[in-house]
Ligand binder design. Structure first.
Ligand code: NDP
Ligand code: 2IT
Length: 453
């Protein structure tokens, strides 16, 4: 049977046995089809049924989280941890707290994480978890009680050599603190069971900055192949959370100019460049919407979501050299991609997980725009998490410079792994194919070595 027919069968199987998981179909469709050049030359992956096995999580845990709000009422949320693949190391991946979270979202993120983690060159398997809990508008005490309730169940399934969660959307240093405190209370163990910890209690320097910095290091490597660099480039960035903020900070260091950021309510366009001090104050300290940034800077343009182009996002309609989607999945659509091309954008560098829709990706891959897939470009976060695990295991704490040098080297290696694999399969510069094949091959070969488990 031709490889493409086999892939179609597996995708149909996924749809039948896990209905309503659109983001998971999208991610598996992209990954499986991009493996065709490898599958056509190596029949072992069919002989050992690797594709059928890799799309099924090793374990999916769904649990109820009851917590008491400030009025004394008991609230209920869903908790998830999908332990997708442990062929190359303990499960590793973030926790997302957002009202849109469901099993399909966690499965798409966990599936992507398998290949991302393999690309880092480190020994970490793929997982993801989270809850449909909405941290927005909750008091600090409510966040604490929710995190404690969530960990009361999750602690049974994780461990420093078993499964090591971290942050993602809605889960930052504060949430990791409450989760860690509860884990320690329940188990009596002080160890590296979570990453993204505070510096005083086992965290790693550079972990807060790592995803954003890593994304820019990745872009630097990609551009250099074409004798280009970041200096003087106008950059549009979406999001205004952890990834977006440290992407912008590093862009300034490279002499580029980030002119936009966004949140779930609207987009800021600040032609002279985003003011990092006020953005950090608005988002990291006061947890306000970007309307507050707009009221501090009369010379910026604020576009609320109600004024976005139909089927599109205002941020991608602002002329730029490089676009850094760094907010959430499917935030860059076909109409956005067409606008980016019309405006002369040379590179789309994904900081978020799967921010580009399937239709937009198809268009971009046929165009001249360079494209860095998220599972390669945003892998600096999880890679630095592994550096945190390594420091915890040896009871060391490395300097900012030491960790940053390692992060930069890892991003260079990830880029070259993806790029060299694209050359190997005769599609030089197609990093979707390069990253997916390189990540898959490492995990799949390990699954073959380990037999039927
Ligand atoms: P944060 O919670 O710090 O920030 C998320 C940002 O995206 C906020 O500005 C938020 O706006 C915006 N956003 C979230 N959901 C939506 C939505 N549905 N529509 C519009 N805007 C939205 O998360 P991170 O910065 O950590 O994560 C951003 C992306 O990067 C995610 O895709 C995540 O999976 C990915 N990622 C994160 C890593 C990490 O280490 N943190 C590592 C690798 C990837 P608002 O505040 O208004 O909700
Ligand atoms: O999507 C991701 O890679 C993350 N949210 C970071 C995961 C981690 O374990 O640091």
């Amino acid at each position: 049977m031709p490889a493409s027919q086999k892939i179609e069968e597996i995708l149909n199987f996924i749809k039948q046995c896990s209905p309503g998981q659109d983001e998971f179909y999208q991610a598996s469709h992209e990954v499986l089809y991009s493996l065709l050049p490898l599958l056509n030359e190596d029949s072992r992956y069919f002989d050992y049924n690797i594709l059928e096995r890799i799309v099924v999580p090793e374990r999916s845990i769904i649990f109820r989280v009851n917590w008491v709000d400030d009025t004394g009422k008991i609230q209920t949320n869903f908790g998830y941890r999908v332990q997708f693949n442990s062929a190359i190391g303990p499960y590793k991946g973030g926790l997302r707290f957002h009202p849109s979270v469901n099993l399909g979202i966690i499965k798409f993120l966990g599936f992507e994480q398998i290949f991302k983690n393999a690309l880092t060159g480190l020994q970490i398997g793929g997982a993801k978890g989270g809850s449909n809990f909405d941290p927005k508008g909750k008091s600090d005490n409510e966040i604490m009680r929710f995190c404690q309730a969530f960990m009361s169940e999750l602690n049974k399934y994780i461990g420093k050599n078993k499964d090591v969660p971290a942050g993602d959307i809605g889960v930052g240093a504060r949430e990791i603190g409450y989760l860690f405190g509860q884990y320690k209370k329940l188990t009596g163990e002080f160890d590296g069971v979570l990453t993204g910890k505070g510096l005083n209690w086992g965290g790693s320097r550079v972990r807060p900055q790592a995803t954003g910095y890593g994304s820019v290091y990745f872009a630097e490597n990609f551009l250099s192949v074409y004798n280009k660099d970041l200096k003087g480039k106008i950059c549009t960035v979406s999001g205004s959370g952890n990834v977006a903020i440290y992407t912008m900070e590093k862009l300034y260091e490279f002499g580029a100019l980030p002119v936009t950021c966004s949140d779930s309510k609207g987009t800021i366009y600040h032609e002279k460049g985003i003011d990092m001090a006020s953005l950090k104050a608005v988002k990291e300290i006061n947890h306000e919407s970007l309307e507050s940034y707009a009221s501090l800077h009369r010379d910026c343009v604020y576009t609320p979501v109600s004024h976005y182009p139909e089927n599109g996002h205002a941020v991608w309609h602002i002329p730029c050299d490089i676009a850094f989607p760094s907010a959430t999945q499917n935030e860059l659509t076909l109409i956005d991609a067409m606008k980016l091309m019309e405006n002369g954008c040379i590179l789309i560098n994904e900081g978020a997980n799967m921010p580009t829709t399937a239709e937009a990706l198809e268009f971009i891959r046929k165009s001249d725009i360079l494209f860095s897939p998220g599972k390669a470009a945003n892998a600096g976060g999880v890679a630095t998490s592994q550096l945190e695990m390594s420091q915890n295991a040896s009871m060391e704490q490395w300097s900012f410079e030491e960790v940053d040098i390692k992060l930069r080297q890892i991003m260079r290696n990830i880029f070259h792994t993806a790029y060299d694999t694209s050359v190997e399969f005769d599609c030089e510069g197609d990093l979707v194919t390069g990253a997916n094949i390189a990540g898959f091959r490492k995990v799949a070969d390990s699954m073959i070595d380990q037999g039927s488990v």
